[in-house]
Each structure stands twice: as C-alpha cells, then as structure tokens.
Write a protein that binds this ligand. Structure first.
Ligand code: FES
Length: 212
C-alpha cells in the first residue's frame, strides 16, 4: 500500500510540471483530480478516474500548445503594409489616347496602354492568325474597356523590358533578342514563348484600376 502511494505522488509531480506550463484553467481541475486521487487511495485504481485524468491532462496540454503556437502562426499573416504593396490603385484618367505609362507593382514594371481604335482593330484582326500562344484580344482586356491594355512589361524570353512601336506588328519589340509582340501584347516573332502576361486587375471606376 505504501508503495502505491509513493507511485501516485511521483505521477502527481510529473503531471504538475506539465500542467503548470500550460497555464490553462483545465490544469487546476486536473490538479484537483490528481490531489483527490492521491488523497483517496480507495479510488486510486478506478479505471474511469484514470481515464478522466488522462483526457483532462491531454486537453490541458493541447490548450497549452495552441496558446504557445498562436503568436507564431499569427505573425505569419501578412502585415498591413505588405498587403498594401500587393495591390496597387492607379488613376488612368491622365493617360492620353495612344499613350502608355509604366508603373511598378510588386517591384515589377507594368504597361498601362491606352489603345487607339487602330491598335484594337489590328489586334482583333489577328485573333485567328498564326499565334505562338493563341489568345483572343478580348480575353486579354475587360469587356467594354478594350481601349485599356494592362500587361507585365517583362519579355517572356528572359525578362527584358520591350519598347512600344517597333517590329512588324506595331506593338512591342524586345531589344535583347528581338522578340516581337503585337498590339495585344501577344508574341508574334522571336524566341519569347508566351504573350506578355496580364496581371489580375479590375476597374474601380472609369478612371481608376486596382492591380492585384
Ligand atoms: S529577353 Fe526579350 S527576346 Fe530575349
């Protein structure tokens, strides 16, 4: 009988160390139960009591793990300034017809081009032409806003910045290795394999876009 009491005390000691570290309210209940268990030898071997202690101790430990882990998980959420960098609102109202601006979004250049009716017609006339990366012009712009073409200013060959107005298709010409894009930003000649990428964006109003 003495041996059993000694064993119970050791168990309590180990349990206390763990439970105190969880700082959970459950830990007090578990400690109470353990105290009862020790002070009441008649129930020391009661299986249902042992089960309860085991479940309560596990719950207390789980609570402790969550309370310790939560600050670590929470700090992985992007900070507000990071989120602000992820999206970009831009006023396109000042870009004249036939002009484009290059803006920076997520540290990469983006062309915002105000296309003329001639540029749009040329792009649409080639929808069924010989395209390396087939895509209609309509799929690359927003319906009703086809005068606005917004694409990443990064050649899909090795990432140089193409310039507008060169090449056989009157779109962009990449000076690095001669890739030629049309007025929809689709690759037509040269080593680049893909069209200029269209980023995720939407119109907030007739004159304001939000990229990202
Ligand atoms: S990077 Fe543009 S053609 Fe090579």
């Amino acid at each position: 009988m003495k041996k059993r009491e000694t064993h119970s005390k050791r168990t309590l000691l180990r349990g206390d160390v763990r439970l105190v570290s969880t700082t959970s309210r459950v830990s007090f209940k578990v400690a109470d139960s353990l105290t009862q268990s020790v002070s009441d030898p008649a129930h020391a071997d009661d299986p249902s009591r042992r089960d309860f202690i085991h479940i309560a101790a596990t719950a207390a430990m789980a609570g402790g793990v969550v309370s310790v882990a939560w600050p670590l998980i929470d700090q992985m959420n992007p900070a507000a300034d990071t989120l602000a960098l992820a999206t970009l609102e831009y006023d396109i109202g000042k870009i004249a017809l036939g002009q484009e601006v290059t803006i920076s979004w997520r540290k990469q250049p983006v062309f915002v081009r105000h296309r003329t009716p001639v540029e749009i017609a040329a792009a649409r006339a080639d929808d069924n032409g010989s395209l390396k990366d087939p895509e209609t012009d309509a799929a690359r712009v927003k319906a009703g806003k086809e005068q606005w073409l917004i694409v990443l200013a990064s050649c899909t060959h090795l990432g140089c910045v193409p310039t507008f107005g060169g090449g056989d298709y009157k779109g962009w010409l990449c000076p690095c290795h001669g890739s030629v894009y049309d007025t929809s930003g689709r690759i037509r000649k040269g080593p680049a394999p893909k069209n200029l990428a269209v980023p995720d964006y939407k119109f907030l109003s007739d004159t304001k876009i939000k990229i990202g």
